[in-house]
Design a protein around this ligand. Structure first.
Ligand SMILES: Nc1ncnc2c1ncn2[C@@H]1O[C@H](COP(=O)(O)OP(=O)(O)OP(=O)(O)O)[C@@H](O)[C@H]1O
Ligand SMILES: [Mg+2]
Length: 353
């Protein structure tokens, strides 16, 4: 490649480069296409100082994404400062973020640095940003515009270089419509928007995540190893996980504690999880509803459901799943890819199983 008269040589990746990239695979587990894309995006934004807005339901991994972005960035050796905007009382949030002067308000006995100062040179993670009061949103917008922070009750202002990553599990666009979130701040935050899919939309990652959490439990309790029976995995796959990855993580921990031997069986699962396995079995109506139906969408939905079901019943064995559906192996694989149900590499859900 030539840039004017200078030659730019792109060197092949060294082992050191590869190991510097390793954390993204180790901390953000998943092989579903949406997670693979997410990792690529995280790696790309980590190389910049752009403001990022991460959205996703509770427990989908917003903080994992924020921390991974920081740890892959040039700021990795400086502070990562999480601020939960919902947990700090509104009247204290401004001074927590920007600091305050002595006597700025009742109880402010001495001057104090804010979390933005702590994050100078590093990253500040503004979690649950939708809960930030409107008046403070205006101040944050100014800080994002010029990087200048003014402590409460002070006329001294200082320049701070903190990379801002924000997250929300509520619909900020709806907040803008309702008037509870500033539109200008909304656009300023989402220079790079990162949306994380709920776990029920990437079920093929469930076995991989279970394996990952079991390995972590093994590291905490060396000498013990667990496997999950096929019947239990069938139920874990089918459940909708409203609490997403966090709920799955807690469930694995609970199952390990309850498990007496080394096989986690379906009998250990709480009734709620086993019940959804049965409830999910027949959704597509057999009668033509008033006003008609979208047949193509229904057929696609049925196909996806049957593929999931066949994989569940066979513990992820694609050959057996194809046989159950009366499909050729290649047709089954093509349908799998179309439905976004892709077996994680390196697991026993792979092509050879
Ligand atoms: N892709 C993933 N790989 C490994 N662990 C994950 C992944 N996603 C989430 N987790 C784990 O799930 C738990 C919840 O993740 P995290 O705290 O990042 O979610 P969140 O979206 O910030 O949730 P909340 O909205 O409730 O704050 C954490 O313990 C985290 O380690
Ligand atoms: Mg969080």
């Amino acid at each position: 490649m030539s840039l004017g008269d200078r030659q730019v040589v792109i060197a092949p990746e060294t082992k050191a480069d590869a190991s510097a990239r390793a954390p993204v695979e180790r901390s953000l587990i998943g092989e579903h296409p949406t997670v693979v894309k997410l990792r690529t995006l995280v790696e790309r934004v980590a190389a910049t100082d752009a403001t990022v807005l991460i959205t996703g339901e509770s427990g989908t991994g917003k903080e994992v994404v924020a921390r991974t972005t920081h740890s892959l960035s040039a700021r990795r050796n400086r502070a990562f400062v999480p601020v939960n905007c919902a947990a700090i009382p509104h009247e204290l949030l401004e001074s927590e973020m920007f600091g305050h002067e002595r006597g700025a308000f009742t109880g402010a006995a001495g001057p104090r640095h804010g979390l933005f100062s702590t994050a100078d040179g590093g990253t500040i993670f503004l979690d649950e940003i939708g809960e930030m009061p409107l008046q403070l949103q205006a101040k944050l917008l100014r800080v994002l515009e010029d990087g200048i922070v003014r402590p409460v009750g002070s006329d001294r202002a200082s320049k701070i270089d903190a990379r801002v990553i924000a997250a929300s599990n509520s619909d900020l666009a709806a907040g803008v419509k309702k008037g509870s979130f500033r539109e200008d701040l909304f656009y300023r935050l989402q220079v790079v928007p990162i949306a994380i899919a709920p776990l029920r939309e990437r079920r093929s990652d469930i076995p991989l995540l279970v394996e990952y959490f079991l390995e972590r439990m093994h590291a905490r309790l060396p000498g013990r190893h667990w496997t999950v029976s096929q019947a239990a995995m069938v139920s874990l796959w089918s459940y909708d996980w409203p609490g997403n990855v966090r709920e799955l993580e807690n469930m694995v921990e609970r199952l390990v504690i309850m498990c007496e031997g080394d096989v986690i069986d379906a009998a250990l699962l709480p009734p709620g999880i086993v019940a959804t396995t049965r409830a999910s079995e027949n959704h597509v109506p057999a009668t033509l509803e008033e006003g008609g139906v979208n047949l193509n969408a229904m057929v696609r939905e049925l196909e996806g459901r049957m593929i999931n079901e066949a994989l569940r019943q066979t513990g992820g064995n694609k050959q057996a799943a194809a046989r159950l559906l009366g499909l050729k192996r290649t047709t089954f694989s093509a349908k799998l890819r179309r439905c976004g149900v892709i077996a994680p590499a390196g697991s026993n859900w792979n092509d050879e199983s």
